[in-house]
Structures are given as C-alpha cells and as structure tokens.
Design a protein around this ligand. Structure first.
Ligand code: UDP
Ligand code: LCN
Length: 783
C-alpha cells in the first residue's frame, strides 16, 4: 500500500485503462496467473504499454523480468473485483499475505486487513453474508498465548530445531522452567513402572548433585558395562531405568542433562529429549479408502497414503525397537494402523479385523466398522461423504485400541482430514500427544474451493473438510507436512485459521521404499520374473480388460503417467496435450496407467467422468497406435519394474496434475532413474529443480508443457548423454520430535475453544450429509 500509489502514478493513463478493463465485467474473482492472462490478452492490443505494466509489477517483485516476451508471475496471489474497486491478496513469500484495495476511478490505494479482504471477496459471491456483522468469525490466533512463533518464511517447517532453541532460552532465563523439567521427568513411566528418576530426586539441586555423582561413578567403568550391573546403586541415588543400555550411553545421557541444567544449549536439548523413553505405543489413523497390504492400490480413494503409512509403520517400529534397546529397556513397542472395516471387501482383506503388518514384529492393522442406526455399514464410502460416521467410529475405535494395546497409546497420528479428525478427537479424550500429517489439503486441490464451497458442497462437502482440518491442526501438538505449500481461510470468516509459523509444523517428506524402487541400472536387483508380463502389458496388440490401444512403433521412447482417475490428476489433460502436439507424437509413445475402461462400473463420480473423457480423446485425436491405456495396477513390485522398463526405452514420467500436494509417483519414478516432468502446482515443484533434476510443467498451459516435453526428447536425439544427465534425483527427510507436556495449561484453554467449535459448527455441518444405507442398489467398483 505504501509503494503502490507511486507505481500507479508512473503510468497513470495506462493503469486507469487497465483497471477500467478489470471492472468492466462486474464482480469477479481471479487467481493472479489467470488474471495475468486477462491482462496480457488485453495488453496485446496495447503492446506499447505492456512494458510499463511490467515495470509496475516488478516494483512489487511479482514478475521476474520486464522483458515483454518473457515474464513470469512469481508469487501466489489473487484479486477480487467489486466495481469500482479491485482488491489484491498477495503472498510475497510462504505464510505472509498482504492486502490492498485499489479504486479504478482515481487509482487511490488503501491497505486493508485480512478480515476486510475476506469480506470484500465474499461480496463477489454473497453480499448479504458479507455484510452480516454477526457472521461467525473464527480466530484461533486469539488462543496463541505466549508461545513464540517463527517469523521467517524459510523457517516454516523447522519447528523442532526452533523449539529446542526456545526451550534453551527459557531454561536460561528462569529456574521455574528447570523445575518443570524435573517434574516432567518424574512423571515418566511405562504402565506404572517408573522411568528415569524417582521421588528421591524431586528438586533441581538434588537432581544435579546425583547427576555429578553418577557421572563420576560411570567414568571408572568399562564403556560396555551393562546397565543391570549398576542398576541397584543407581536406584539408591534416585535413578530409574531409561538412561541407556551400557555405561557409555548412560554417561552421555547424564552428561547432556547435567549440561542442560547448568548451561542449556539447543544441541544437548535435542539430544536429551530425543533419548527420553516416552513412546512405546503408537496409533496411526488412516480411515478412508481400502486400507490393505495387497490388491488395494488404484482402487477409489486408495493411493499414496496407504503406501506411505505402511512404509511409516515399518520404519517407526524399527526406530522404536532400536531406541528401546538403547534406553536399556525391554518393553515391546506396539503400532496399530487403525482404519475402517469394510464387510463388502471386494476381494481384499479389508473385512478382517486384525492383520499383522508385513515386515514388522509387533505392528497390526486394526479395522473397525462404520455404524449407522441400521447396524454395520457394509459398503465402501467416498472420502467426501465420510464425515457422518467418524464420531461413532472414534468411540468404537478408541475402545478397541485400548483393549488391543492393554492401555492408552503414547502417541496418536492422523493421516488426511478424516484420519486427522478422528485422531484429534481421540487424543483430546485420552489426553495423548497428537501428530497430524497434512500431505493433501483438498482446499488447494480444487481451485476456488474456499469461496465456492457452497456450489461444490453438495458434491464434495468441503465445509466439513475445512472445518475438520481446522479442528485437527489446531489440536495437534506437531504437524508433519511434505512441503511448504499450504492454505488457510474459508467458509466462516477466518481471521486466523492455521498458523504455519507455529513451530509445530515440521516438514518431513515421504520417500519410496528402496527395496522396491531402485534405479533401472541396477540390473542384478531387477525383478526379472515380471519381464514377460510387462512386455505383454506394454507391447501386445490386443485389447482386453487390462489394456486397450497399442504402440505401433516400439522403438520410440515412452512418456508414462500413472494415477487414480481423479479430475485433479489431469491424466486426460496429458492425453489431450499429446493428441494435439504432432511433434511430440512423432517423437514418443504415450502409456497411461489408471482407472479402467467401463465408466458405468465406476462408483466414483469423478472417475467415471474421466474414463469417458479418455475414450473420447482417443477417438478425437486418433491415438490408437500411439497410446497404450492400462487399467489401474495394484502390484507395486511389478509397477516398479514398469517404471524401470519405461526408463529402458529412454522415456520419461509425467505428473500433469492440476494440483498435487506431494505426489509419491514422482518420487517412485525418480528413484527408478526416470526423467520426470512435474506439475508446477503444488509440492512436486519443490522436489524437482527445473531443468536440473527434472522439469516443471504448467498444467494450465498444455501447449507450452507438451512443447517442453517434445524439446527434451528432441534434445536427447541430438545429445545422447542428455537423457542420462537428467536421470538424477534427490530427496530429503527431516524427522520430528515430541514436545507437549511443558505447555499444558495453554493447551487446555485452546482445547475448550476447539471443542466448542466442534460441537457448534462441525456437528451441524455433518448433519446435512446423507447416511448411506446398504439397501441402495450398488455398482461394483473395479479392482
Ligand atoms: N498407484 C498404483 N496403481 C495405480 C495408480 C497409482 O499402484 O493404478 C500407486 C502409485 O504407485 C503411488 C500411489 O498409488 O504409490 C499414488 O500416490 P500419489 O501420492 O501419487 O497420489 P494419491 O493417489 O495419493 O493422490
Ligand atoms: C492422498 C491419498 O494418498 C489418497 O489415499 C487419498 O484418497 C487422496 O490423498 C485424497 O486426495
């Protein structure tokens, strides 16, 4: 708002015409990239003023250069038009928004608050609601209390290291905090058995003295002396089990606590808290879809999450076993993945209550059915319609979990909106640490889903989804997200919704299981048994239930894509780009995996529409001979070999989604050494550096995207090393820690606010959703 009037004045005449054009059509809203296209279409008539407009945009760092032929809109933003005003929301960097209102009449500029911007934006849809002084306004910011927040965009997602630093300064500045640390240690136990310290060491000074005595005693012992040999002596001094398995480790742990109490520093803080025996029993919720270990992938609503959660369990159990051993304890960890039991399991094991998780010793999938007034619901339910069943599900699941675990869990983790909501309800009830995993916030997947929620609500029930996300994220003690892409606001006037500067946000990206996904060059490891099947899958010339279309010239490289047939995955978009681009068609073949071929057999509303569109496109662009469409695949080992076989053809993977939160297929393809093109909308753009580790494509600009793919293959023809160079990838994982008990009272106040919100808002929204009954005629989803 400060700089804008000056910038507008510099080219006042042109800017006035430009703004007059924006308000010409009356009320509207637009994202800046489309807004920008309106702008450039308009400007092509007035080429001479384009340059000054670009200078104007550059002023705000919204474009990367002022060359009229190549300008790129940089930050994410949108605009709302209510004549004679145009209001802009600008996100100069992740987590920061700025709002301004410009009058098209006199180009006067006014800086406005988030609430004012939201009201203005609402006016484009519903004026009565926008002007309603008493409309429900939610402000979670009011519950933020004294816990500090991160302030720099590049610190979003580094919550753990931030908290270590914060706790360090807190301990440095007052002695009460040190006492609360002692109290916290005193509270540690496993099923009633005390851990770390007992009442003998109930003050900071007593603890400090004993730590010194213990450290001195340990220094005279051989490093490998087992804890049991000095356990009795330690107990007399006030120490319980949990410090370590051998003298050396016990001494290290004792030393870091001594350091913390004497002169706190973030490094010792992280080491010490990371070693505490606090997690033995973990519950992971992944409610929707068909959650199983075989034959489920590619079924409706069943995608990356299943793969991710199962991988998570194996890794988590391994980590817990190692930690427990290093702590000198002998308890068994337990991990339960809790999901929905579906009696009509379509040949999967989703009707089994308890199933051991493969490659683990102590982990199980626990399935609990959905109940309605008529008893157990037998059929699959779309994730969009799932909300009315969740409260009962939580109650029943909680009972079952306590029964199976013989006690309450130490940590509950939710996945996706439904899992996160259930996890948050259960964690609040049992007062347990809660983690939520936010890889796919639907709000960002469906354009304008915040403001158009009413229109879309009957289909997708976004009102329930956004509300549930808000409740879960605000309840969570820590949040794992895969990337920094995220969103706020919505249905009620959200003054402060989800604070991404809260240190509880931690970025940890999922990876691909390296025993399954590995480079195509590792010949001795490859699953050669699948070779004949894959040869048939890709190159036979027959149409059957598993594949249609064929590849006339099998010498050409293949561009490959695989996804569930959601509209947002944009597989039909890719097919159309390919159909239209002659140069690309000459260079490569197209192979698609996903969906199946008879739309009338689909129970999923989006899937059926996408299947129909695929058939239409194959016809329209006469693609037979150049396209192979393979139905959804369920065997990940075979799929991995498929990625590698595509790499053998010197092909590429394309992820063309309109929006993708994370995109496991991108990681899978890259791990197999396949050059990859990813949508620039969402998380994958953070995985790949454009033109270095792969390529970005714009799903909203098919011509440009298909040209970019064609350029790549053209270049590969001219430079035989180019393909190999691009066949490189990297992925990073960050791990999270658990911080909760120290800030209990503030959490309680926030909890009350959330509970009120749940009861008054969420429950009402859910009431409007239809409850399924098993009597309704059913269509079979394809497996
Ligand atoms: N997948 C599969 N068969 C299919 C389509 C997808 O096995 O027909 C797998 C794919 O390999 C990946 C997951 O499903 O592991 C999809 O994850 P992604 O994150 O790409 O998308 P999501 O479906 O979770 O939105
Ligand atoms: C993420 C997944 O992994 C799938 O299971 C879900 O259905 C999808 O998000 C929903 O968008």
């Amino acid at each position: 708002a400060d700089n804008m009037p000056e910038a507008l004045r510099q080219s006042r005449y042109h800017m006035k015409r430009c703004f007059a054009k924006y308000i010409e059509k009356g009320k509207s809203r637009t994202r800046f990239n489309t807004f920008d296209r309106t702008l450039s279409a308009f400007l092509s008539q007035f080429f001479n003023i384009l340059h000054s407009i670009l200078i104007f945009l550059k002023h705000f760092d919204l474009v990367s250069c002022t060359d009229v032929n190549c300008f790129v809109v940089k930050s994410e933003q949108e605009a709302a038009v209510v004549p004679p005003h145009v209001a802009f929301a600008i996100r100069p960097s992740p987590g920061f928004w700025e709002y301004v209102k410009v009058s098209a009449n006199d180009l006067s500029v006014e800086g406005i608050s988030a609430t004012e911007y939201l009201k203005f934006k609402e006016m484009t849809v519903d004026e009565t609601w926008a002007n309603d002084e008493n409309a429900l306004e939610i402000d979670f910011g009011a519950m933020d209390f004294s816990f500090p927040h991160l302030t720099l965009s590049n610190s979003i997602g580094n919550g753990v290291s931030y908290i270590s630093k914060f706790l360090t300064s807190k301990l440095n500045s007052n002695t009460e905090s040190a006492q609360s640390l002692v109290d916290y240690l005193l509270s540690l136990n496993h099923q009633g058995e005390k851990l770390m310290i007992n009442e003998t060491l109930n003050t900071v000074s007593k603890l400090q003295t004993s730590l010194i005595v213990a450290e001195a005693a340990l220094s005279s012992l051989p490093k490998t002396t087992p804890y049991q040999s000095f356990e009795m002596r330690f107990k007399e001094w006030g120490f319980e089990k949990g410090w370590g398995d051998k003298a050396e480790r016990v001494q290290d742990t004792i030393h870091s606590l001594s350091e913390i109490l004497q002169a706190p520093d973030p490094l010792n803080m992280e080491i010490f808290f990371g070693r505490l025996p606090i997690i033995f029993n973990v519950v992971l919720f992944s409610v929707h879809g068909y959650f199983g270990q075989s034959d489920v992938l590619g079924m409706p609503d069943t995608g990356g999450q299943v793969v991710y959660v199962l991988d998570q369990v194996v890794a988590l159990e391994e980590e817990l076993l190692l930690r427990i051993k290093q702590q000198g304890l002998n308890m068994k960890p337990q991990i339960l993945v809790v999901t929905r039991l579906i009696p009509d399991a379509k040949g999967t094991k989703c009707n089994q209550e308890l199933e051991p998780v493969m490659n683990t010793k102590h982990s199980h999938i626990l399935r609990v059915p959905f109940r309605t007034e008529n008893g157990i619901l037998r059929q699959w339910v779309s994730r969009f319609d799932i909300y009315p069943y969740l409260e009962k599900f939580t109650q029943e699941a909680s009972k079952k979990i306590i029964e199976v675990m013989e006690g309450k869990p130490d940590l509950i983790v939710g996945n996706y909106t439904d899992g996160n909501l259930v996890a948050s309800l259960m964690a609040s009830k049992l007062d347990t640490t809660l983690g939520t995993i936010a890889h796919a916030l639907e709000k960002t997947k469906y354009e304008d889903s915040d403001i158009k929620w009413k229109e879309l609500d009957s289909k997708y029930h976004f009102s329930c989804q956004f509300t549930a996300d808000l409740i879960a994220m605000n309840t969570a003690d820590f949040i794992i997200t895969s990337t920094t892409k995220k969103s706020q606001e919505g249905l009620y006037r959200m003054v402060s919704g989800i604070n991404v500067f809260d240190p509880k946000f931690n970025i940890a990206s999922p990876g691909a299981d390296q025993t399954v996904y590995f480079p195509y060059t590792e010949k001795q490891k490859r699953f050669t048994t699948f070779r004949p099947a894959i040869e048939e899958l890709l190159f036979s010339k027959v149409d059957n239930d598993e594949h249609i279309g064929y590849l006339e010239d099998r010498k050409k490289p293949i561009i490959f894509s695989m996804a569930r047939f959601d509209i947002v995955k944009n597989i039909t978009g890719l097919t159309e780009w390919y159909g239209k681009n002659k140069r690309l068609r000459n260079l490569v073949n197209l192979v698609i995996v996903g969906g199946f071929f008879d739309p009338s057999k689909s129970k999923d509303r989006e899937e059926a529409a996408e299947i129909k569109k695929m058939h239409m496109l194959i016809e329209k662009y006469q693609l037979k001979g150049q396209i192979r469409w393979i139905a959804a695949q369920t065997d990940r080992r075979r799929n991995s070999e498929l990625y590698r076989s595509i790499a053998d053809t010197k092909g590429a993977f394309v992820q063309p989604a309109l929006y993708e939160a994370f995109g496991l297929t991108v990681i899978e393809a890259m791990t197999c050494g396949l050059p990859t093109f990813v949508t620039n909308q969402g998380g994958p753009a953070e995985i790949i550096l454009d033109r270095i580790s792969g390529f970005h494509i714009d799903p909203n600009n098919g011509d440009e995207s298909s040209d970019k793919i064609a350029d790549f293959f053209q270049k590969c023809k001219e430079d035989t090393e180019y393909w190999n160079r691009i066949s490189v990838q990297g992925l990073q994982r960050i791990n999270e820690c658990f911080w909760r008990q120290l800030y209990k009272s503030q959490k309680q106040a926030r909890g009350t606010y959330i509970q009120t919100f749940y009861n008054l808002q969420f429950r009402n929204l859910v009431k409007n959703l239809a409850i399924k009954s098993d009597e309704t005629p059913k269509q079979e989803p394809k497996q």
